[in-house]
Every structure is written in structure tokens, then in C-alpha cells.
Design a protein around this ligand. Structure first.
Ligand SMILES: *Cc1c(COP(=O)(O)O)cnc(C)c1O
Ligand SMILES: [Zn+2]
Length: 551
């Protein structure tokens, strides 16, 4: 586990020392930065110990930018099987076809790698709330991992995202904001919201963690295709993926480049980028020999997962790779994708969501055009699963409808006022609690219940300062605290005219004496007993009373 040595700017190639949180090149301001590691040292370590490490993406930790392994939030992501496709191979006369089964990630898509590393770095950098824009799978994956880190997620989804995915995101307790516009507009609304609320906005491919996590797909593929006697790996000839924003190919490419720099592979594969014909800005722009992508304003595809109309800086980056090293950009129709979905299910027993089926439709097209040769080794990323069917299994009462806020940017001024509204309906809560586990649990319970902005302090003194500064809507207070204890904090709050109206809920593991009870009488809203939070109807009542107070 190590932080990178340095960062290199993708635009001007300036190299400068790594520091967490740096988002821009000091030379030119470009926000595409690539971490550099001690590759020779890593090669030595890997050759000694890689074979014995567990099969998750964290087996490659030396090349992932996280400092302290205690911050890893992992649910077994990565280490997915590389399945040969013998029937399909026989049918098309290509014996070396493989499928990288990313359906087997904890939430069923390859975004789990991104989420695991990104959420771990948020934890390491003490980020407590994040805003993401998503076509579905990032929202699902970030939400799941954030639960385990005690981080609150605000997920902005474009309206084409299927209800099933929205419901899954809401199920994890994430705030779902549905934006009735394209994905590109949705990203802008999300960024604006984050800026207004001073929250961390995850910039996808420009977030170092996201790109670095995707490298592990390349490391695994090369290792799975074979380890030679001298410890080197076998790269494929092609890596094929359904492409939306292009994070996957960008990260996978960097992974192969690092393997080559370490001498672990002897050549680089070619990248095949497959897009939906109704939303194929990269394919169209490449064919038209454009250096920057012509955005697609209104995507015309049913495959919402891949509906990025404006790939921004990613397109010139991938174009350069294809021009220098070979590779391909291809578009396929939705019908071709649905057909490929049936073929893969019926020939190989793999059911997948329409996005990866597009990648297979692209494979078929490239094979029939002889762009891929019969003796070449091809790995197709099966990037996600089919939709969950929970809706059809549970009765209506048990289905948690996503109580999504809906934003329609087309009404001009409307967006700002809705963003303001999202702001004002947020209740602010301060937790004063010295046990970090108890604090995390309380934070999590609150986050999953609504629009609460939770701040915490680990001792009485800091707690008091925080309450004075923030004037929260509610205080959750532990009684046994280092320094000034909870009783004294309460005393000082109630003696302060500006603060005495703030409701206080005491959270305690201590059994109260008669004297304690007298000291608390009339001053606290309720008492929550630690270890009995499951009786959280109580908390529901408190929070409900807050909402009515606010309106
Ligand atoms: C996000 C996603 C893609 C597209 O990934 P990018 O590399 O960001 O273009 C493809 N398939 C699935 C299932 C996805 O979730
Ligand atoms: Zn630069």
C-alpha cells in the first residue's frame, strides 16, 4: 500500500510530487493527472508475493493510491473470472475469445472497483458527503460502498435511468435526485449543487481513484491469460468494451502500460471502443477524423447505461492511443445489442445487461469485417448484470419507492430555486461522541433516513465549538466524554440564550443514577440507549418532529 510518487499532467507532461486532494496541474491548470509509482520496486514485490495474495483488486495495492490499508472499504470486488467462450468461438471460428465476468462484482458491475477505491480514498481524506452523477451503476455501487464507510451520497440521475436502478440506489439510503434531462446536463446540475453546498463532487474519469481502480482489470486479465516460467504475464491482442464516458478503457490502458513498463508484458493490446449508434460521439468523431468529439445532444438509444453524449477530454486521449497503437471505434444498433444478449445467454450461459451486450455486438461486427483476426486473443468486458427483479417478488408495501427529487433544467431559473430548496430542506445535526464506531453508526442511521447533514466532534470542547459555529437543528450527545463531559456540555448549551432552543438527544451506554436523571430532567428531548438503536422508532419520532418544526 503506497501513495504514488508523483503526478504527471496529461496536457503539458509536467511532473510534480504527489499530494492528496491536488486536482490540477500547477503549470497549466489541466485537471487530468496521472499518478506515477515506483514500478521497479513493485515488480520485485509482485514477483515474490503476488501469487499468494487474495483474489480481489487489492492484491495490486502497490499501484493503487491509498496510504493506509485501514481505510480500505472492500466487499470482495475484482478477482472476477476470465471465462473462455468455446461455443461462440467455434461458431465464429475464433478459438481465443474470453469474457471478463464483471457481473460478479458485489453490486453486479465493474463500477465496484471504482467505488471501492474512490470511497476508500474519501475515507482516508475525511470526506463525509459526496455528490455523483450517474447513468445508474456508479450510483448503485458508490451507495453500497458508502454505507460501509459512513459516507452520505447524493446521486443525480438522468431520467432515462431505469426505475429498478433508482430504487436500488434509494434502498441503500442515498439521496436520489432525478434530473429530467440528458446525462450531460445532469452532470452539470450535480456539479452546481455540489459547489453551492460545498460538497465533494466526484468528477468520474478526472477523479484519480476511478481511473487507477480500472487498471486492475488489465492486471487481472494479463495474469489470468497466463503466468510464464519467468514470472511475466500474457497480454491479450484486443480489449473490447462498451463505452460511455470511457473511464474503463482509459484505466485499462494505463494498467497495460504499467505492466509493460515493469517488464511484466512484452506488448500492448489494442483497445476496441463500442458505442450505441444513437449515442456514438467518439465513433462518429473518429470516423470524421476530428480531434475533439462532436457531442451528441439528444442520445437516441434505449441503453441508458452508456448515454454519455459529450466525452470531453477522454475522446482525444483514446483517439491518440488508437492512432499510435492500433485499435478501433465501432457503433452498433440497439437491436444488434439485444440480439447479442440472446446469443451470449443461449450459447454460453451468460446473461448480461444491454451495455455489455453492445460490446459483443461490436465484437461480431469487427470479426465479420476481419478487423479482428481468427488467431487473436480477445477479451470482452462483460461489464454488468441483468436487471434485478425484486419488484416482481415483493408486494407493494415492501418496495421502497425512491422518494426522488425531480429537477427539470429546461425551465431555466427553475434549477437554481430547486437547488436552493434541496439546500434548505437539509437538517443539520451535530453528533458529540468519542467512540468512532458509535459515531459512524449514528451517522449512518441518519444518512439513510433523509436529508441530514451530519457533523461530528469526538470530545465535549470541540462539540461545543461546533454547535456554537453551526447552530444545528439537533444535537446527539454522549454523556461520557473525554474532557468536558456530556452533562457539562448540556449545562453550557442550556445557559446560552442562542443555543438553548436546540433539541438535544442524549445517547448513552451508562445506566443513569437518580442524580444523573435530575441533571437531565427537562433538558433533553429523549434518551437513546447504546446497543439498542434497533429500537429506532424513537429516532423516527424525533426526526419527524424536526421536519414539522422546520415547515
Ligand atoms: C459504466 C458502464 C459502462 C461504460 O463505462 P465507461 O468505461 O465509463 O465508458 C459499460 N457497461 C456498464 C455495465 C457500465 O456500468
Ligand atoms: Zn499541465
Amino acid at each position: 500500500m503506497a501513495l504514488p510518487l508523483s503526478l504527471v499532467c496529461d496536457a503539458c507532461r509536467t511532473e510534480f510530487p504527489f499530494a492528496s486532494g491536488v486536482g490540477q496541474c500547477p503549470q497549466c491548470g489541466c485537471d487530468w493527472l496521472d499518478p506515477q509509482y515506483d514500478l521497479p520496486a513493485t515488480r520485485k514485490i509482485w514477483q515474490q508475493s503476488l501469487a499468494t495474495r487474495p483474489q480481489t483488486m487489492w492484491r495490486y495495492a502497490e499501484l493503487l493510491p491509498l496510504e493506509n490499508p485501514d481505510n480500505i472499504i472492500s466487499m470482495g470486488e475484482g478477482g472476477t473470472p476470465l471465462l473462455p467462450l468455446p461455443n461462440l468461438g467455434l461458431m465464429v471460428g475464433h478459438p481465443h475469445l474470453y469474457l471478463k465476468d464483471e457481473r460478479q462484482g458485489p453490486t453486479g458491475s465493474f463500477k465496484d472497483r471504482q467505488a471501492s477505491l474512490a470511497i476508500s480514498t474519501f475515507k482516508e481524506n475525511n470526506i463525509k458527503e459526496v455528490v455523483v452523477a450517474s447513468t445508474g451503476n456508479v450510483g448503485i455501487s458508490y451507495s453500497a460502498y458508502a454505507v460501509r464507510a459512513g459516507i452520505k451520497v447524493w446521486a443525480f440521475l438522468n431520467s432515462a435511468v431505469p426505475q429498478e436502478k433508482m430504487r436500488e440506489i434509494a434502498l441503500y439510503g442515498t439521496e436520489v435526485i432525478k434530473v429530467t434531462a440528458s446525462y450531460d446536463r445532469t452532470k452539470k446540475v450535480a456539479a452546481r449543487f455540489a459547489e453551492r453546498k460545498h460538497l465533494f463532487y466526484d468528477k468520474g474519469v478526472k477523479n484519480i481513484a476511478a481511473k487507477e481502480a480500472m487498471k486492475t482489470v488489465a492486471f487481472e486479465i494479463a495474469e489470468q491469460l497466463g503466468v510464464r516460467k519467468d514470472g511475466t504475464f500474457i497480454p491479450p491482442d484486443w480489449y473490447v468494451q462498451a463505452v460511455s464516458g470511457g473511464l474503463g478503457p482509459v484505466g485499462v490502458w494505463k494498467g497495460f502500460v504499467e505492466l509493460k513498463a515493469m517488464g511484466l508484458i512484452d506488448r500492448l493490446p489494442k483497445l476496441a471502443h463500442i458505442q450505441a449508434a444513437g449515442c456514438a460521439p467518439m465513433v462518429n468523431s473518429f470516423n470524421a477524423k476530428l480531434e475533439r468529439a462532436e457531442p451528441v445532444d439528444i442520445p437516441q438509444t434505449l441503453i441508458a447505461t452508456v448515454a454519455t453524449g459529450n466525452p470531453g477530454d477522454v475522446y482525444p486521449h483514446l483517439r491518440k492511443i488508437v492512432l499510435e497503437h492500433g485499435g478501433h471505434f465501432a457503433a452498433v444498433s440497439d437491436d444488434d445489442a439485444f440480439h447479442a444478449m440472446h446469443v451470449l445467454a443461449q450459447l454460453e450461459g451468460v446473461s448480461m445487461e444491454p451495455a455489455p451486450a453492445m460490446a459483443f455486438a461490436g465484437l461480431f461486427k469487427m470479426i465479420s469485417r476481419k478487423i479482428i483476426k481468427p488467431d487473436e486473443t480477445v477479451v470482452v468486458n462483460c461489464s454488468g448484470h441483468t436487471f434485478p427483479v425484486e419488484k416482481y417478488l415483493l408486494d407493494d408495501r415492501r418496495i421502497k419507492a425512491p422518494h426522488a427529487d425531480i429537477i427539470t433544467p429546461d425551465t431555466g431559473e427553475g434549477v437554481l430555486s430547486v437547488l436552493d430548496n434541496l439546500d434548505t430542506r437539509v437538517q443539520r445535526i451535530v453528533i458529540v461522541e468519542d467512540d468512532p464506531n458509535a459515531a459512524r453508526l449514528l451517522r449512518r442511521i441518519l444518512q439513510a433516513r433523509g436529508k441530514y447533514q451530519v457533523m461530528d466532534a469526538a470530545d465535549g470542547e470541540t462539540g461545543l465549538q461546533l454547535i456554537q459555529k453551526e447552530r444545528p437543528d439537533l444535537v446527539l450527545l454522549d454523556l461520557m466524554l473525554p474532557g468536558i463531559d456530556g452533562f457539562s456540555v448540556l449545562e453550557q448549551l442550556k445557559n446560552d440564550a442562542a443555543l438553548k432552543h436546540i433539541p438535544v438527544v442524549v445517547v448513552t451506554a451508562k445506566s443513569l443514577t437518580q442524580f444523573d436523571k435530575e441533571r437531565l430532567a427537562g433538558r433533553v428531548q429523549t434518551l437513546l440507549r447504546k446497543g439498542a438503536f434497533s429500537d429506532d422508532d424513537l429516532l423516527d419520532d424525533i426526526l419527524a418532529s424536526l421536519e414539522t418544526d422546520a415547515t
